[in-house]
Ligand binder design. Structure first.
Ligand SMILES: Cc1cc2nc3c(=O)[nH]c(=O)nc-3n(C[C@H](O)[C@H](O)[C@H](O)COP(=O)(O)OP(=O)(O)OC[C@H]3O[C@@H](n4cnc5c(N)ncnc54)[C@H](O)[C@@H]3O)c2cc1C
Length: 332
């Protein structure tokens, strides 16, 4: 989540402006940590999640876990956590899993943008299937009976009328399709409340719902007994499933952002605003920020900070480049 920080060496104890200390990115970067004060240049630390971020003074202080564990200081923090994590962080109860306690709290313009923008849920359900043995057929159909089972089809579904056997959340998906032609692994997409509900279910309940769906849409050819059809039997059995859990994963708390009713592109711009903000909160011209008008203590990147490409991977990438550029201009 923290894409770039560096702490100057040597650090003046009270002043950190470019005029009083050497703070060029060309300086040897160094993490400052109570547990490891001189990490080698270029150190990347994985598996650390800040619980508290103090940004009222420079340097910024990041606290990981309880107070007794690691604390890092940095001149600049680029925060790239998801909008879901930021939403949890503006809740009154910031002890929620995944939340970061900001001290001081995020300013109002930022909190409002975080609250107004939408953060949706999209999940994938992978299903490994196997063909159930072809039912025995009477008479001269031995050739058909011994034929190789057909490939799992690209199944597109419309639920009309009485589909009570198939649970409501399963009816929220439109297709169960092999990941490539001939594959025995199929994929179904879920969104919104159906996705969130899917995340909460035990595997056996999901498998039962899949069996009901496959029995309804893909029954085996009817078995013939004395010339009469004896009803449909299932053709496919679900061996196992694997699914994403973006809504419940405390590092994401959702999938990606959208402009909810009542929010706008302005909110996405506010998401990108560094802290502390300039005199006109929510609209500080970049030229002012680039001129070094603020210390740029906390910068924000990630898909939900990009006004035009929000919700995409390229928005996340472009926003990272934008914030790196912002810092480079700051030091020019
Ligand atoms: C099912 C699905 C399909 C998608 N398909 C596409 C697609 O086809 N094309 C496309 O462009 N986009 C797609 N997206 C969207 C795309 O994945 C996201 O927009 C993109 O990943 C957002 O990147 P990000 O860096 O902003 O946020 P994230 O990917 O959410 O990264 C945030 C990071 O912050 C970390 N983090 C969170 N909290 C903390 C903490 N307290 N401490 C430390 N680290 C923390 C997380 O571990 C994570 O690594 C899809 C998303 C989903 C869910």
């Amino acid at each position: 989540m923290i894409s770039a920080t560096w702490t100057s060496r040597p650090r003046a104890s009270t002043a950190t402006s470019p005029a009083t200390t050497s703070r060029s990115p060309a300086d040897t970067p160094a993490w400052s940590s109570t547990s490891s004060p001189r990490s080698p240049p270029g150190t990347v630390r994985l598996g650390l999640g800040p619980r508290r971020l103090e940004w009222g003074e420079t340097p910024v202080r990041l606290h990981f876990g309880d107070e007794a564990t690691t604390t890092l200081t940095a001149d600049h923090v680029i925060l790239t956590v998801s909008l879901g994590v930021l939403k949890a962080s503006i809740d009154e109860d910031v002890s929620a899993t995944g939340a970061i306690a900001f001290d001081p709290p995020l300013p109002e313009f930022k909190r409002e943008a975080v609250a107004r923008l939408g953060f949706g849920v999209v999940d994938k359900l992978f299903v490994e299937v196997e063909a159930v043995e072809t039912p025995e057929l009477d008479g001269g159909d031995e050739q058909l009976a011994s034929a190789a089972p057909p490939a799992f089809p690209f199944l597109h579904m419309a639920f009309l009328g009485d589909a009570a056997k198939i649970p409501w959340w399963m009816r929220g998906t439109e297709s169960v399709c092999p990941v490539h032609a001939g594959s025995t692994v199929a994929l179904a997409w879920f969104a919104g409340r159906e996705a969130t509900h899917l995340e909460s279910l035990p595997d056996d309940e999901v498998i039962r719902a899949l069996h009901s769906t496959l029995e309804s849409f893909l029954p085996a050819p009817p078995r013939r007994c004395s010339g009469a059809a004896a009803g449909a039997t299932p053709r496919w059995r679900v061996k196992r499933i694997k699914r994403s859990g973006w809504a419940t994963d405390p590092l994401f708390l959702g999938s990606y952002s959208y402009v909810a009713v009542g929010s706008s592109g302005e909110d996405l711009d506010r998401m990108a605003e560094p802290l502390p903000s300039g005199p006109e909160a929510g609209g500080t011209p970049l030229s002012v920020l680039f001129a070094g008008g603020t210390p740029l203590s906390v910068l924000f990147a990630g898909e939900a900070t990009h006004r035009t490409h929000y919700s995409t991977t390229h928005a996340a990438y472009l926003s990272g480049v934008r914030e790196a550029d912002r810092l480079l201009h700051h030091y020019r």
